[in-house]
Design a protein around this ligand. Structure first.
Ligand code: DNO
Length: 355
């Protein structure tokens, strides 16, 4: 595995490449052209400029998170073909610039809702949290407003104000889309992009739906082992793979995380590893990465990745806000750096134990 950190680009991130370079063991970044809209073509020039900036800091681009998928593709609207053509062009340009991993999601309307962005934990840190009861009490248009005051000035990924202004229309577009339709639209998209992925060896890594159940009655399909295996089989190409995100699949306590990792051997192209602390099955908060701070056994998760011979990038995922840092919720420097070191410590111990 390669340890990496997510970086949003100099214009959007409070964390610098120089800081990332100094986290022991971190050699790559997972980045994006954060100011592109879903459906826009990424030019080779812009990709190259991003690459040169990262490489000048002594790091490399380990993958893109995300190239977002336009809603017309997810809903199967008549204009989807044009947007898929654009997506293919972006993949082609990434391939030509030697980028071979793309994380994306197929979640309708909302990417990863949270009901609190700064819940205080007993140690004084603040974390992102989710309570189903709070979601049930909101209508979708209020969702964004209800947390907007806690973003520390950042634009949250998947929560871009321009999109959230149109929440009502977005919901209307999904009215006829149920789970079967969404699977079908995903198949259509994947079948069309696989040839360019084969040509440039681009590993597509779908991100799970977070939380792993339907919110506001919208269909969500990347939620369980059964569904993800269905997706792998429906377009059976090694380039059709997954981002294994422990914090997203882990929102459903019925998901056996190490078991899922083993079942997905060969198709996990990227891993987000983080812990959650459950206060009840419908109330969770994002803990430190350490096993004892949350609900998951992080050793077992890393061990399963080790056992399947996982060789792709891993990144610590959402961190707590600690030591007075002001950053995009979940994406500060300090706690993610602690997470990166802890996960590498587990890996080293597993590796040496096996030898
Ligand atoms: C949240 C992230 C997601 C993820 C997208 C992938 O912090 O893990 O926003 O990047 O779902 O497209």
């Amino acid at each position: 595995m390669e340890m990496t950190l997510r970086w949003y680009g100099a214009a959007f991130d409070t964390v610098t490449l120089e800081q990332i370079r100094q986290i022991p063991g971190v050699t790559g970044v997972i980045t994006t052209l954060y100011n592109t809209a879903p459906g826009e073509v990424w030019s080779r020039e812009r990709i190259r400029a991003m690459k040169e900036e990262v490489e000048a800091a002594g790091l490399h681009i380990a993958g893109i998170e995300s190239v977002n998928v336009h809603d017309a593709i997810k809903t199967g609207a008549p204009e989807r073909d044009g947007y898929i053509d654009n997506y293919i062009e972006t993949l082609e340009n990434l391939g030509k610039e030697d980028v071979h991993l793309v994380c994306y999601n197929f979640m309708p309307v909302f990417d990863w809702p949270r009901t609190e962005l700064a819940r205080r934990r007993p140690d004084g840190s603040t974390v992102l949290a989710y309570t189903q009861e709070a979601v049930d009490a909101l209508n979708p248009e209020q969702m964004f407003e209800s947390i907007a005051g806690d973003t520390n000035g950042a634009v949250m990924p998947g929560w871009e104000p321009e999109r959230m202004e149109h929440v009502k229309e977005l919901f209307a577009q999904y009215r006829e889309v149920d789970e079967e339709k969404l699977f079908e639209n995903l198949r259509y998209f994947l079948e069309r992009i696989m040839p360019v992925c084969d040509q440039y060896d681009i590993r597509m890594a779908i991100h799970p739906d977070d939380p792993a159940w339907s919110v506001f009655g919208l269909p969500r399909i990347i939620t369980s082992q059964k569904n993800i295996l269905r997706m792998m089989k429906m377009v059976d190409n090694p380039h059709n793979g997954v981002t294994f995100c422990s914090g997203s699949y882990g929102t459903n306590l019925e998901n056996d995380l190490p078991g899922m990792i083993r079942a997905l051997k060969g198709r996990i192209h990227f891993a987000h590893v983080r812990n959650l602390k459950f206060n009840s099955p419908t109330d969770f908060e994002e803990a430190a990465h350490l096993s004892s701070d949350g609900t998951f056994d992080m050793y077992e998760i890393m061990k399963a990745l080790y056992d399947i011979g996982f060789s792709g990038p891993i990144r610590p995922d959402h961190g707590r806000m600690i030591w007075g840092e002001k950053a995009m919720p979940g994406y500060g420097l300090y706690d993610r750096a602690l997470g990166a070191c802890y996960l590498q410590g587990l890996w080293e111990a597993i590796e040496k134990g096996e030898k």
